[in-house]
Design a protein around this ligand. Structure first.
Ligand code: ZN
Length: 410
């Protein structure tokens, strides 16, 4: 069975790394700017003109250059109404391509120009996401970001906010912004507050800086997930550590090519990571600025790395497994996603008349798990007649070896 874009569009998905301020609709930016009398660069009159003015989807010089487009979106995200709308519409766009669970990140630090307080900002976003849940059933949570190129004190304020809103719409903390020259170790106080309050932590690292940044994120920050991790491959020892501890990577393919974190899709480490068994998740990063969707991201992965159904299923499961969601709920949600995925495969098999290849071609973990399951020798107790059964060993009782006293040395 050939994987089509339609299959990817319809399969259940997660998006664990998506920035609210990088994912607005062009039409909404134009409408809000007009309503609020905000001048946009180049005075664009149409969506196309606005798209050109902010270079959406264009290859940038570097991450800092990429971050410039956010000045435009942030200019129209300074009211409760605009924040509510941005959050709701992002939820709506995600739900329309069958994203089941999404974690939306942003920094309230960047939305106070008109005097909004931090709690009001968080509530406005939460309400937008609640509306997306009511209308489309989309499950979601917020991740509050500290910003690397702002002071560590400001990130500490964000960490406090995150703790205050834990279990009230906020599911985690992140450190975003310009990675070079702003090492994670400078934000230790914020990370400590987060961890000390049992809050989930993800940190952007290994995107615009080398593996040292991932090392700091894990060992000085205590990150539970890594945003990007593109340059992790440069340090094999750390790569093994990340793999052994099953620390998920939030991979954002198109964004990485756009910011030059990877030279091209072909040279991106995703297929290597998958083949090595790392827990990789697929994400959009910025729907608007990267000009992408979850369907686009999976579709590009399929086209560039020749993924099969087994690989897609593995990536999907890793997305659900890595969610900052209570474990017991996550188990149910992941099982539901698998059932929906498998039913969709059967549907496509019937329509196309071809069987899907369900053993992953690129990803290794499922194949490995299957192999180890097959290798296990099952314990079979032979059925015995009633009278002999009483003599069968009682497995709960301590065995002779358990009670045996060590022989004293001569
Ligand atoms: Zn990001």
């Amino acid at each position: 069975m050939k994987i089509t874009r339609d299959f990817i569009h319809r399969m259940p998905k997660t998006d664990l790394h998506v920035h609210l301020d990088g994912s607005m609709r062009l039409s909404t930016i134009l409408e809000l700017a007009e309503k609020e009398g905000i001048a946009l660069p180049g005075n664009p009159q149409s969506e196309d003109e606005l798209a050109r003015a902010i270079n959406i989807g264009a290859i940038c010089e570097d991450l800092t250059d990429y971050l410039k487009a956010f000045d435009v979106t942030l200019s129209v995200m300074q009211t409760e109404e605009s924040l509510y709308r941005a959050a709701f519409e992002l939820g709506e766009d995600a739900a329309r391509e069958n994203v089941k669970y999404m974690e939306v990140r942003y920094s309230p630090l960047l939305h106070t120009r008109n005097g909004l307080s931090y709690p009001v900002i968080v509530e406005a976003v939460a309400e937008g996401l609640r509306e997306a849940k009511r209308r489309y059933g989309l499950m979601s949570g917020q991740i509050i970001c500290g910003i690397r190129h702002m002071t560590p004190e400001s990130s500490l304020r964000m960490a406090e906010l995150c703790v205050a809103f834990k279990n009230r719409g906020v599911v985690g903390f992140d450190l975003a912004g310009a990675e070079a020259d702003n090492p994670a170790k400078d934000y230790r106080e914020a990370f400590y507050l987060i961890r000390n309050n049992n809050v989930n932590l993800t940190i952007h690292a290994g995107e615009a800086y080398g593996p040292e940044s991932v090392h700091q994120a894990i060992h000085m920050g205590g990150a539970h997930r890594i945003g990007h991790g593109t340059r992790l491959r440069e340090d094999g020892d750390l790569l093994n550590f990340v793999n052994d501890l099953r620390i998920p990577l939030e991979v954002c393919l198109t964004s990485n090519v756009q910011t030059r974190a990877a030279k091209s899709f072909e040279s991106h480490p995703l297929p290597f990571y998958m083949s090595y068994g790392l827990r990789c998740t697929i994400n959009t990063d910025n729907r608007l600025i990267t000009d992408t969707t979850m369907t686009d991201e999976y579709w590009r992965a399929v086209q560039h790395y020749d993924l099969n159904i087994g690989d897609l299923r593995k990536l999907m499961i890793d997305g659900f497994k890595s969610a900052f969601m209570p474990y017991r709920k996550k188990r149910t949600v992941t099982a539901q996603a698998c059932a929906e995925f498998d039913a969709l495969v059967r549907d496509f098999e019937t329509t196309s008349g071809e069987k899907a290849i369900t053993d992953p071609r690129v990803a290794q973990e499922i194949a490995f798990q299957k192999a180890s399951a097959d290798a296990r020798t099952p314990t079979i107790y032979p059925i015995q007649p009633e009278d002999q059964r009483a003599e069968a060993p009682d497995t709960d009782a301590p065995s002779e070896t358990d009670t045996e006293q060590p022989t004293p040395a001569e």
